[in-house]
Design a protein around this ligand. Structure first.
Ligand code: ADP
Ligand code: ZN
Length: 209
């Protein structure tokens, strides 16, 4: 199945794309992770993206569309994939529609008050990228990744000022995609407010419906 996870920053796209990816055996493709990797290894694309990411702005469409085009051409996408963080604008969605057929779009709906709490408590592993939350999903040992023992850090773009900008960008540029996929009959909205397990169940049900 070719899937998209849509939702505001902090809605839980990454968490649930990862759970479903392991469950179903199709790759999770996170443009955010790909860009952060490029930033870490200092590639040209990473350098180009740096100022946008750190300001909470979107990286230009042509850059992310190029990333996705290359990634979807790889062998492991042949039986399906989960897009996490792409598309984020109407032009990105239109470019995607020209590349592949999308089966379903899961819209993770979470109220803004909860989003703000989640983002300020989020910590990520500096080594493997695994995600935690100091309030709701703490690691077994404070500051240390359960998976790989790496050090947990706060993402630079999770500071309050950048979070506000990211939410504004979400409302202006990404939210119109809800309508876009609704019109195609592909959208399934799931409330992402409950605990991780029940949301994961709701997502599976929504995919079967
Ligand atoms: P979140 O969904 O929590 O905001 P991501 O890790 O998905 O975080 O994205 C982090 C940043 O990477 C975004 O704020 C943006 O700058 C950039 N980015 C990721 N995906 C895209 C995209 N599809 N289009 C433009 N920029 C993107
Ligand atoms: Zn780790």
């Amino acid at each position: 199945m070719n899937l998209i996870f849509l939702g505001a920053p902090g809605a839980g796209k990454g968490t649930h794309a990862e759970i479903l990816s392991k469950d179903v055996g199709i790759p999770q493709i996170s443009t955010g992770n790909i860009i952060r990797e490029a930033l870490k290894s200092g590639t040209e694309m990473g350098l180009k993206a740096k100022s946008y990411i750190e300001a909470g702005k979107l990286v230009p469409d042509d850059v992310v569309i190029g990333i996705i085009r290359d990634r979807l051409a790889q062998d492991d996408c042949a039986n399906g994939f989960i897009l996490d963080g792409f598309p984020r604008t109407i032009p990105q969605a239109e470019a995607l529609d020209k590349m592949v057929r999308i089966d379903r779009v899961i819209n993770l709906d979470v109220p803004e008050s909860l989003i703000l709490r989640r983002l300020s408590g989020r910590r990520v592993c500096s080594n493997c990228g695994a995600s935690y939350n100091v309030d709701t999903r703490p690691p077994k040992k404070e500051g240390i990744c359960d998976v790989c023992g790496g050090t947990l850090v706060q993402r630079k773009d999770d500071n309050p000022e950048t979070v506000r900008e990211r939410l504004k960008v979400y409302h202006e540029q990404t939210e119109p995609l809800v309508d876009y996929y609704e019109k195609q009959g592909k959208l399934r909205t799931v409330h992402g407010t409950d605990d991780t397990d029940s949301t994961a169940r709701d997502i599976k049900n929504a995919l079967e419906a």
